[in-house]
Design a protein around this ligand. Structure first.
Ligand SMILES: *[C@@H]1O[C@H](CO)[C@@H](O)[C@H](O)[C@H]1NC(C)=O
Ligand SMILES: *[C@@H]1O[C@H](CO)[C@@H](O)[C@H](O)[C@H]1NC(C)=O
Length: 230
């Protein structure tokens, strides 16, 4: 996987915005973001306050910030992180982020400019029993609740890839609460606020699932919204 992929401006993938504006008149113009490029660029999230796009390079354990006003991309690596798979902003704390680092969630400090981000502390560690997985995608709902899932770690030994889980981070207890098990590659998460629905993609399942959300954030009433034929 040495080939560098280009990360494009893919506002369609930014899931914290409530709706995508789809022009029926003009085709989308795809434009490459300025270097540094990524090996596996993922998890774009838009920071309204800073007017910046954060994303990660999973394989290179890096976090990136694209500043459209400057048309410039800043990149930082995180020492000791086996992989960095999501970047989550923290309300009222613009230079701190939660990252998915291997099978842990870590709090790091980054000013958005430096080439190094520093580990503040491990927030959650899935531990030895989940050492064969790593975190993948994660997103925060409008109430500030983090949902994050796992997948089989590269190089891990398993007879089946369906060992991932989707978790909800419970702020009160500081623990992860399992929402789904038997997941292949825990991926895309988004919401419909009006319908109070949660949408979810397991990349190996070839469908989009829809859930209702209980008051405590637990997901229930799983439905298949869309099937994609193999
Ligand atoms: C931003 O920079 C990239 C690469 O340096 C360039 O291709 C692109 O045209 C620039 N975009 C704007 C809006 O200036
Ligand atoms: C994976 O498991 C098989 C069977 O248990 C074993 O032979 C092999 O050495 C293991 N590989 C690694 C990388 O642990």
């Amino acid at each position: 996987m040495s080939l560098k992929q280009n990360l494009y401006i893919v506002l369609l993938l930014v899931t914290t915005a409530s709706h995508v504006v789809l022009s029926t008149v003009y085709p989308y113009c795809v434009e490459m973001l300025p270097s540094p490029l990524t090996t596996v660029g993922e998890g774009p999230v838009w920071d309204v306050d800073r007017q910046s796009l954060y994303y990660v390079d999973i394989i290179e354990s890096a976090i990136l910030r694209y500043d459209p006003a400057e048309n410039r991309t800043y990149r930082a690596t995180v020492d000791g992180a086996p992989s960095v798979t999501m970047i989550i902003m923290i309300q009222g704390n613009p230079d701190h982020f939660i990252l998915g680092t291997g099978n842990k969630l870590s709090l790091v400090q980054w000013d958005g400019f430096s080439e190094k981000a520093s580990l503040v502390r491990i927030v959650v560690d899935l531990g030895e029993s989940e050492s064969h997985v790593r975190f993948n995608d994660g997103k925060v709902d409008s109430q500030g609740r983090l949902y994050a899932g796992t997948m089989l770690r590269e190089g891990a030994n398993s007879s089946t890839p369906m060992v991932g889980k989707l978790y909800r981070f419970d702020e009160r207890s500081g623990q992860l609460v399992v929402q789904l098990s038997g997941v292949g590659i825990s991926n895309g998460i988004t919401w419909n606020e009006k319908l109070r629905k949660f949408y979810y993609v397991d990349s190996l399942a070839l469908n989009i699932k829809e859930y209702d959300i209980a008051a405590n954030g637990d997901l229930y009433n799983e439905q298949i919204l869309l099937n994609f034929p193999n």
